[in-house]
Write a protein that binds this ligand. Structure first.
Ligand code: SF4
Length: 902
């Protein structure tokens, strides 16, 4: 009898940290669903989480350790890495070594990486790609609270009467929190939702107010709010007197930030600003949720503190439904912070600059070489690699050649580095091309450990799949190298449970409550209550919010409900800031480049790129641009456009949208050299950092934009490998049964000779070409089986992707209608589906429009009943609502209609 086992684990994508029920049959993952008991998602999964089962194949996996391109066994790989690192340390000192890790790895991986680098090698050159997503929020928390504490929890977002989303496209970047908010709004329409964002994003769909502020001007806006609260006596004087310091200087600093001045500074209407300020001033239960739009800035820390100031002076903190709330991008950004995964942290929320902390950690670890100073943060770290100051870098579970700012410079730095070690599960990241040593790592489903989400909730990621034979857990790889470097005793861990217990013990080590309110230790992060759990208890650990100690054995929802902060005086610090615009202003013919996420992709697509349905919503890179800007520049929708800066080029198609400001363009950050010829968006991002946090300014780089005029362009659907000509631009989309290429040639017209040369095994061709040889359509067969179809011309041809792709690999004999393939559409128009809107059920735009126009549905809910679209993960609901409004004037859709998911 075949049995099905359900393993409870956690989604590996965003910082929401949803619980996932993985259904496993005979060692294979057959389905995933949201865990109904997990407090973060309560049964829901977004489209990315719902497609996890499509991403676990061993296709594209790194299968063996490699040294200098040759497969070796693990023992040889460990010994090679250990001896190379030891040699470099001996010759150049420990600071010649660096490790760059990721918010994707587990807390246990982080713990041993940090212990090895800071305790035993003796360098703090350990940084993480979380530097790129939330390090400004960390610094803002520490300045205000004396600790990196997220005060609230997800429940607060539902309990609030006013929710402000600033620098957050929650609907796409953290979809399950968005769905919880949408549901709360549907149940209590009186909840006010405000979106502060230069773009009109999908999150505006449920907003009562959108402020499309000037990019980067958020600091002015929140200082203006502080001014408004003080001027209108909407402050909590008692809370300030008892629990805050710095009010007088804050008050003085915002005197000039009047409403009128702020409207000018932010380029928003004074009326809209007044509404926001009035709502904030008069709504006790307010949550301000902020994310990358605030953090990824040269003044990200100040912006975070400007937000926190507003909450502190009005007492909107530590209460149900009231908190400033930084939401993290990655699944374990928070766990990395706990373990000390940033170059300016020590461990367990202890600081490198604190001699007492150094002494404690040195004794706890019995560390011979405990580091004494901060290390290099990500941008500076790669600069040091480029300059030769760092001789060896070990990159774990991240793809900096795509994700770092000024990403071409990262390529150059790695190309010149003496020793590049890359641990990854994928065999084809852009970064792996520079590796001297490749180490195959386990990945989601194969790894075992813990992650912590944005509300401080620790959840288990459980192992339920057999990894490829030679893949190893990251913690194991690090420990084996450490042992061969002579640090045997400190890295003799038998399991991730062993590591977790030590991590938990360190969090409680001499974390006493001298000068603290009862129950508050010296440090906020304390999970000492879990330090002695058995292997079985670890295996069964339920999601729990830290702290977990003798005072809070079942965790704690909210911090600061007692008014005690982790500063020397126990009072929160109100931080006076000087708001400022980004370092580089766009001028002349330049626009502002804003990079960010799209709905269905994650980071550099090494995992989500394997799930075909996640490539349905947006399949190729794009440049979102305002209609007036596009008109001035003679750019048409879907035409090919180039963005340039400093000789670096990004090429994609224009997506003309009035969601964009006229002074800006938006591009997604996901595409790598594996998926497009010139679409690594972060190569255009200037490496400007916040001076305090080291977080780069991803949202504001100057670019010039130019329309391109291809000689020809086309789509090519291919069942087999295909390599475009070097001169061509291309976008590649893996589909279920073939690969779709968009090809663009700026120089030459298409030719059948070129095509037939690219497919030497094809034995039959049908083709159409016009007399001026501008258009070429061709279909190639091996026997009667369709191998390849090309449709091309001066403009990108229209065609039905779903139908044409379904023909690849099928039999079509010469006496069948082979020319139909060259038309690109099925003979029966009712078979056309259009662009996929609902990725879960593969429902196309045309199918939805037909249902609306035929009167088969007149609401989002009705579409769900008729076509199932929007009824699983709910990620497409904002787009369904737009279609309902566009194609059915009698729609019953309203701003608060919500999903019908669990
Ligand atoms: Fe995963 Fe989506 Fe949940 Fe984020 S919101 S953790 S991507 S299922």
């Amino acid at each position: 009898m075949i049995t099905t086992e359900t393993i409870k684990t956690t989604c590996p994508y965003c910082g929401v940290g949803c619980g996932v029920d993985a259904k496993v049959q005979q060692g294979n993952l057959i389905a995933v669903s949201g865990s109904t008991e997990h407090p973060a998602n309560q049964g829901r999964l977004c489209v990315k989480g719902s497609a996890l089962d499509e991403t676990v194949s061993h296709q594209g996996r790194l299968l063996s350790p490699k040294v200098a391109g040759k497969n070796v066994d693990w023992d040889a790989a460990y010994s090679h890495v250990a001896s190379k690192l030891s040699d470099i340390i001996e010759k150049h000192g420990p600071d010649a070594i660096a490790m760059y890790v990721s918010g994707q790895i587990l807390t246990e991986d982080y713990y041993v990486a940090n212990k090895l680098m800071k305790g035993f090698i003796g360098t703090a050159n350990l940084d993480t790609n979380s530097r790129l997503c939330m390090s400004s929020a960390v610094a803002a928390h520490k300045r205000a609270f004396g600790s990196d504490t997220v005060p609230g929890c997800y429940e607060d977002i539902e309990l609030a009467d006013l929710v402000i989303l600033t620098g957050s496209n929650l609907a796409w970047a953290h979809p399950i929190i968005y769905q919880r908010l949408a549901k709360a709004k549907a149940e209590r329409p009186e909840i006010k939702i405000v979106v502060i964002d230069p773009r009109k994003t999908a999150s505006c769909d449920i907003a009562d107010l959108h402020l499309p502020l000037k990019p980067g001007s958020d600091g002015f806006l929140f200082n203006g709010l502080t001014h408004h609260l003080i001027a209108n006596k909407k402050i909590d004087k008692t809370f300030i007197d008892l629990h805050c310091e710095g009010f007088d200087s804050l008050s003085e600093s915002v005197q000039q930030q009047t409403l009128v001045q702020t409207a000018l500074d932010c380029d928003v209407s004074a009326e809209a600003l007044k509404t926001l300020y009035h709502w904030f001033a008069n709504t006790e239960c307010t949550v301000t949720l902020f994310s990358q739009g605030i953090n990824q800035s040269s003044s990200g820390v100040d912006k975070g503190n400007a937000i926190i100031n507003c909450h502190l002076i009005s007492g909107k903190i530590g209460k149900p439904g009231a908190a400033p709330f930084s939401i993290t991008g990655q699944p374990n950004a928070m766990g990395g912070r706990e373990a000390g995964g940033l170059a300016n942290q020590l461990a367990a929320h202890m600081e490198l600059k604190n001699p007492n902390s150094l002494d404690k950690v040195k004794r706890f670890w019995n560390a011979p070489n405990l580091v004494q100073k901060e290390g290099l943060k990500a941008v500076d770290m790669f600069d040091a690699v480029g300059s030769g100051q760092i001789k060896a870098i070990w990159i774990i579970a991240t793809n900096p050649v795509v994700s770092m700012p000024d990403a071409d410079k990262i390529k150059q730095a790695l190309a010149h580095c003496d020793l590049v070690i890359v641990s990854d599960s994928s065999d084809s990241t852009d970064t792996l091309q520079f590796a001297d040593v490749c180490l195959p790592a386990t990945t989601w489903g194969e790894k075992d450990g813990t992650t912590t989400n944005s509300e401080r909730r620790i959840s288990r990621q459980r192992r339920f799949l057999r990894p490829p034979e030679k893949a190893q857990d990251d913690w194991k790889i690090i420990c084996e190298v450490a042992k061969r470097m002579g640090f045997n005793d400190a890295f003799n861990f038998a399991s991730s449970a062993d590591i977790f217990r030590e991590h938990a013990a360190l969090s409680g080590f001499e974390n006493n409550s001298v000068n603290r309110a009862a129950g508050n230790g010296e440090r906020d992060f304390d999970i000492s209550g879990l330090a002695e759990i058995s292997d079985l208890e670890y295996q069964n650990l339920e999601p729990i919010q830290w702290p977990v100690n003798s005072t809070y054995p079942k965790g704690r929802k909210r911090f600061f409900d007692d008014g005690h902060f982790y500063t020397a005086s126990n009072k929160a610090h109100l931080i006076t800031i000087t708001p400022r615009l980004p370092t580089y202003a766009a001028g002349g013919d330049q626009l502002i480049l804003n990079t960010g996420r799209i709905r269905d992709q994650w980071h550099t697509m090494t995992r989500t790129g394997k799930a075909h349905r996640l490539l349905e919503h947006i399949a190729t890179p794009l440049i979102e641009i305002h209609p007036e800007t596009a008109e001035q520049l003679l750019i048409k929708n879907a035409s090919l456009v180039s963005l340039k800066d400093r000789g670096i080029e990004y090429i994609a198609r224009a997506n003309i949208s009035d969601a964009q400001r006229k002074d800006s363009v938006f591009v997604p950050m996901h595409w790598s050299d594996a998926f497009a010829s010139h679409a690594r968006a972060n190569s255009l991002v200037r490496p400007i950092q916040d001076a305090l946090s080291g977080q780069p300014e991803f949202k504001h780089s100057p670019v010039t934009i130019t329309p391109l005029t291809p000689r020809w362009q086309g789509v090519l659907l291919s069942a087999s490998d295909f390599v475009p000509d070097k001169r061509m631009e291309w976008f590649k989309t893996p589909l279920a049964n073939c690969t779709l290429w968009e090809l663009i040639d700026l120089e030459k017209s298409p030719s059948l000779t070129w095509l037939t040369a690219a497919y030497p095994k094809v034995d039959q061709w049908v083709h159409l070409v016009d007399s001026e040889q501008q258009y070429l359509s061709a279909a190639g067969f091996i026997g009667n089986k369709l191998q390849v179809v090309l449709l091309s011309g001066p403009a990108l041809p229209e065609y039905d992707k779903t139908w044409l792709a379904s023909q690849i690999g099928t039999e079509c004999s010469p006496n069948q209608d082979r020319l139909r393939l060259l038309a690109g559409y099925p003979a029966d128009p009712s078979l056309q589906t259009g662009k996929t809107i609902c990725a879960c059920y593969q429902i196309g735009e045309q199918t939805i429009i037909n249902a609306l126009q035929n009167g088969e549905a007149n609401s989002v809910g009705g579409l769900g009943e008729k076509l199932k679209c929007g009824s699983n993960c709910g990620s497409c609901i904002p787009e369904l609502r737009t279609l309902v409004n566009d194609y059915n004037p009698d729609a019953v859709s309203s701003a608060v209609e919500t999903d019908n998911t669990a």
